[in-house]
Ligand binder design. Sequence first.
Ligand code: DC
Length: 217
Amino acid sequence: MGKVALVTVIAIDGPAGSGKSTVARAVAGRLGIAYLDTGAMYRSVALAAIRHGIDPADTERVGAVARAIRLDLGAEGTVHVDGFDATIEIRGPEVTRAVSVVAANPEVRTELRERQRRWVDQAGGGVLEGRDIGTVVFPDADLKVYLDAKPEVRAARRSREVTDLSYETVAADLARRDALDQGRDDSPLTVAGDAVVIDTSDLGVDDIVERIVGLLR
Ligand code: DC
């Protein structure tokens, strides 16, 4: 009989608009395992800092916010921050502008990395979506996938989600966030050496999910 893995971790990393959230959620659904959107955690810390009137660039105070915050990420994608429903607000422009600097804060990363590992222990494995899951948080993940797509495709996807901003604004913001996520010192966005890279520019969600599930077999 083959060895039964007690904990299966699937890491899905990639830039904004690469299709990570849709795909990660669908893969988790197909496999009947838990799903964690780690970007929502960074967004929640950014929102809590803003609400407390703290400068997002204040490393020490934002680090303290990350350690103190109560975070509840629901299976349906709901996010509660210190008991408040923040599902919509964490996707808003104010948080989106502030989140890159918060995500570059090593104190925040240390805390959220620990929380992500505890989440896996408690859930008994799952699909985690982010920027550094395969490279830093779970370097021994059972499967690492890096999703990417052409910049104009990613910007078009994001701009369909954020209807109140022009395509140009969304594209510029995406390019700025890419540069910050890839250029930071602590766990920058990069492709893990053993990750399977999938360009999602011309693929449908079902095809990508099939490919990922197929890689597990
Ligand atoms: O995936 P997203 O756009 O919701 O992520 C929000 C921000 O958080 C993004 O600027 C990158 C950062 N992030 C990160 O640094 N590490 C992760 N594991 C997930 C997100």
